[in-house]
Design a protein around this ligand. Structure first.
Ligand SMILES: Cc1cc2nc3c(=O)[nH]c(=O)nc-3n(C[C@H](O)[C@H](O)[C@H](O)COP(=O)(O)OP(=O)(O)OC[C@H]3O[C@@H](n4cnc5c(N)ncnc54)[C@H](O)[C@@H]3O)c2cc1C
Length: 503
């Protein structure tokens, strides 16, 4: 079949979008200008929401086998342990995946490539997008493939081509924001010391710098990501030895071997638009932020999942073209909030003001043991780091509520209601009993209807007895209704032209 979509870039974002389209039987091509998979191990932290998506794709279990689950988090300020958290069970009752895991980005990309190969798709390496031209019925792209220039036409193109995106430049979309004056370093090391541990994230804050230590399973090493001290920032060629001697002095560690070292600048930017006509920006092409919180790559993966099912629905006439407009509305808002929050967190951590120093040294550490004991606070912390609370309640695609849950939120988790999301299809959930009229309607529409027992766990999850939940392919609630109003459900489906895969 003729490829309908071109994915530009085979980083984590492009690969997840490719897996999503392949699983939904959309014909597409995926290209990358590099000559093979990425070698740089950048992002390490994979958050529970990403694991939930991998569960929907059917490979979370295999992925987790190659990862390290984060059980503990410790915060050290100027050499002293100020707080420690057990976070291994932070998300108990909120998600199947109760804490983040670490997985080096290069190995993560290899894992996704293997999943894609098993679906019969190969990345076209050495193939670069040079430019594109939008036409009324498609997009003509000019590519350079193994040195030769070619043109092809696609219905849609997805720029997953990273922070220096050619797609974004072609769109003439501004990349609004700035660049941090601080310089970051990343190092894979063997060593020991208080902030280092196999299942632990150790955050060490010095006077004006910080370093995060994370375990790397495959290399049996520790990844250190941090901010260079001011006296090294000005230097032309900072060496790993200089950074090791700084770290050993500040963070009570002893480094015995350095396997990899690099320095880099960090930007905080969001593209002016995520869509223009038939072209989309996804992942780092659309937003970049400080590594505080380890959310960058995960957010790109969330974008890819959001766009993947919408493209499939539109191309297979299972949804109106207007579904695609909701991509920017839903994802840009979150990207902006994320850039702002990580920016504020980063500035507080590196700030030299007296207020911030006191906050770091005394106030936050003294509050943490109290917070550690509060179930509500632990829940809030999990919601923050896991991205399970991303809501699309302002999206035109979200309609209705049951007085407790508003359409647009992620389907509240129960141990029983997640397996069914592997269908990657629209479905109706009832917690209680489904009316005959609803059963008949769903049968006529070929819409999957799932009726679950209304029990203690369901109640705890906040689901309302006998309410109607129409769940989108990405696990968010599209339409919610307190009673099982078939007419309203039908109106919603008609408005968006939604029909199921099974039709
Ligand atoms: C040192 C470092 C540490 C980081 N740590 C973290 C972390 O701990 N947690 C986190 O979440 N994030 C982290 N990040 C950010 C994370 O790496 C990115 O968010 C992630 O790589 C984005 O994935 P992507 O697929 O959108 O873009 P990329 O990974 O940049 O992939 C883009 C791909 O597009 C290809 N491409 C570009 N232009 C073209 C073209 N014209 N034609 C064809 N192909 C093209 C490129 O070759 C590349 O393979 C870190 C980044 C750095 C630099």
């Amino acid at each position: 079949m003729n490829p309908q979509v071109l994915i530009i870039g085979a980083g984590p974002t492009g690969l997840v979008l490719a897996i999503s389209l392949a699983k939904q039987q959309v014909p597409f091509r995926i290209i990358d200008k590099k000559d093979g998979p990425g070698q740089a191990s950048r992002a390490m932290v994979v958050i529970p929401r990403t694991l939930e998506f991998y569960d929907q794709f059917g490979f979370a279990k295999d992925f987790i086998q190659g990862s390290i689950k984060i059980e503990d988090l410790s915060i050290r300020v100027e050499g002293k342990e100020k707080a420690s958290f057990h976070i291994g069970n932070l998300g108990d009752g909120l998600s199947r995946f109760t804490s983040p895991v670490t997985y080096p980005q290069d190995e993560h990309e290899q894992f996704l490539l293997q999943q894609l190969n098993e679906l019969g798709v190969r990345v076209e390496w050495n193939t670069e997008l040079l430019s594109y031209q939008e036409q009324t019925t498609g997009v003509e792209v000019t590519l350079r493939q193994n040195g030769e220039q070619t043109t092809s036409v696609f219905q849609y193109i997805c720029g997953c081509d990273g922070a220096s995106s050619v797609t974004r430049h072609q769109m003439e979309a501004e990349f609004e924001g700035g660049t941090y004056e601080q310089e970051f370093y990343v190092m894979d090391l063997k060593g020991e010391g208080a902030p280092i541990g196999y299942h632990k994230i150790g955050m060490s804050i010095a006077a004006e710098e910080f370093t995060v230590f994370l375990p790397v399973r495959s290399g049996d090493t520790t990844r250190a990501i941090g901010v260079l001290p001011a006296y090294l920032k000005e230097k032309e060629d900072v060496t790993s030895d200089q950074v090791v001697s700084f770290m050993e002095g500040e963070y009570q560690i002893k480094v015995t071997q350095v396997n990899w070292f690099s320095t880099y600048k960090v930007h905080h930017r969001v593209a002016e638009r995520f869509q223009q006509g038939r072209a989309f920006l996804v992942g780092d092409a659309a937003h970049v932020h400080s590594p505080v919180g380890g959310q960058g790559m995960n957010t790109g993966i969330g974008d890819a999942v959001n766009l993947g099912w919408k493209l499939a629905a539109v191309l297979q006439q299972r949804g109106n073209t207007s579904l695609l407009d909701s991509y920017e509305i839903e994802r840009k808002k979150f990207a902006k909030v994320l850039v702002d929050t990580t920016d504020q967190a980063f500035k507080r951590i590196v700030s030299t003001s007296v207020v911030n120093k006191t906050l770091r040294k005394r106030i936050i550490p003294s509050l943490i043991p109290l917070l550690n004991r509060s179930v509500k606070v632990r829940e809030k912390l999990f919601n923050l780091i896991s991205q399970i609370r991303i809501t699309y309640t302002d999206s035109p695609l979200s309609s209705g509520d049951d007085k407790h849950n508003q359409a647009g939120i992620r389907l509240p988790y129960t141990a029983l209601n997640v397996d069914t999301l592997r269908s990657l299809d629209w479905q109706v959930h009832i917690y209680g009993e489904a009316d005959t009229e609803l059963q008949y309607f769903c049968e006529q529409q070929h819409l999957l209807l799932q009726a679950f027992n209304y029990d203690k766990a369901t109640k705890q999850a906040g689901l309302v007895k006998n309410a109607l939940y129409l769940v989108r392919p990405d696990g968010h609630l599209g339409f919610v209704c307190q009673n099982q109003d078939v007419q309203l459900l039908g109106e919603y489906l008609n408005l968006w032209g939604i029909s199921s895969f099974r039709r």
